[in-house]
Design a protein around this ligand. Sequence first.
Ligand code: FAD
Length: 517
Amino acid sequence: MQRAELLGRLESESEWDIIIIGGGATGLGAAVDAASRGYKTLLLERYDFAKGTSSRATKLVHGGVRYLAQGNIKLVMEALRERGLLLKNASHLTRTQPFFLPVYSWWKKWYYGIGLKIYDIMAGALRIGKTRMVSKKTILQNAPAIARKGLSGGIRYYDGQFDDARLALNLAQTAIEQGGTVLNYMEVRGLLKENGKCNGVTVVDSLSGKEYEMKSKSVINATGVFTDDVLKMDDHLQHKIVSPSQGVHLVVDKKFFPGDYAMMIPKTDDGRVLFAVPWHQKVIIGTTDTPVGAPSFEPRALNDEIEFIFRNVNRYLTSDISRQDVLSVFAGLRPLVKVPGQKNTALMPRDHTIIVSGSNLVTITGGKWTTYRKMAKVAVDNALFVAKLERRACVTESLRVHGWLSENNTDDPMSYYGSDADAIRKLEGQNPEWSEKIHEAHPWIKAQVIWAVRQEMAMTVEDVLARRIRMLFLDARAAIDAAPEVARLMAAEMGKDESWQQQQVNAFTALAKGYLL
Ligand SMILES: Cc1cc2nc3c(=O)[nH]c(=O)nc-3n(C[C@H](O)[C@H](O)[C@H](O)COP(=O)(O)OP(=O)(O)OC[C@H]3O[C@@H](n4cnc5c(N)ncnc54)[C@H](O)[C@@H]3O)c2cc1C
């Protein structure tokens, strides 16, 4: 995946079939869908792939137990089906995750047990494990950190778990393999129009400053919480449709929640669910639901949200987690679509919304990572319809995502690379220095940085430490310590000088401080 080579295609292509704005889950899914149907496809991402919400999820491939409780059967059925497909098509990045829902009164065991049994049955042929009521002993044997006082047992159920930013990256690679063109650091600044119909975009390459006008038969707006900015480019009188809602996660050492199980806390102070999920040898705890005014690319956790998580999770743990135990804190913004009269974001629907403007601009927003494939299909179908493009069938139901492997050893720290892992090991053979770790406390090695630059379109130190490897999200202090070495390795690969290295380290350090408590 070479950015310079892909940029060259912009000069040679006079008109695209479909341009997609936004390189998160939704946009990248649309790029894979459109390219794999054989359309001339271009995706433009303002920063890096998954820089927005799509790197900041709870990392669950799930139907959404909470939405079942809210009676949103259609969303849960659809998400459970998509969960099953994703576990098959991206087996190197996803796995089945067992959960305990601990209960402290006998009737709740029945209440939640029946609900989760229904959840399990709703997955139909794509079921991934049987829901069962379990004893206190079983819970404590497998998840010894769960508070034992008053525990009357619980429910064991199964959902999926994944690496969100790496899936985004692998989708970008899949789209390119299918003939699409996918570029990061390309900001769409305006829409081109002819006779009131949208027929392209104006773009700036934020790395070189070069401007482009790209013509296209159709344009898809997949910009998440920035949806309204693009809608305004289309019609400056357009009212806002997105209500961003912030969710915060804390990452702590595995010692606070040892074992392979995740935990679902069914009811927090504000009536939500809270998860503690093992991820890359650490544990993610979250999340919150806080309405925010204007969207930002680097949302920050509020003190109240952090205290909320501590208060709720510590009730369920044998020993308390406190501020000094947090390795990283990250926040993401849900692109929820406004409902007239509804101010509580927790009650706003999680389904996706599609809007076709009078100019033929197709906007898709909302939804979940889990349902990205279905959303992509709907967006592309609408784009084809308005642009009167020849209709070709969607093939993504069984399309394998780049890196797919039939067997994956999840104990191997390289397992997330799937079929690319061997090529990274070969790099280690080429240069013994590249087998060295970039930080003594973590498994990541220098060859992964080289690979990120050569094959994964990493352009900045942040791209590597936040999204190619997930160090920023797993241990922000260690990521700050590793930044100078990552900058040095990148500079050697990219032909950059010392001032570039210094600028990168300074920018990354400033950003990463926001992930420390
Ligand atoms: C706290 C939290 C936890 C979540 N947990 C889960 C979970 O466990 N499982 C699950 O299935 N879902 C989860 N979700 C939902 C899921 O993460 C989102 O639905 C999904 O990531 C949204 O993807 P998107 O592509 O629509 O938006 P984004 O990922 O935000 O992508 C939009 C992209 O558009 C780009 N962009 C904006 N303006 C422009 C422009 N002018 N030109 C070019 N590019 C532009 C941005 O840079 C951004 O990268 C969670 C969400 C949150 C907030």
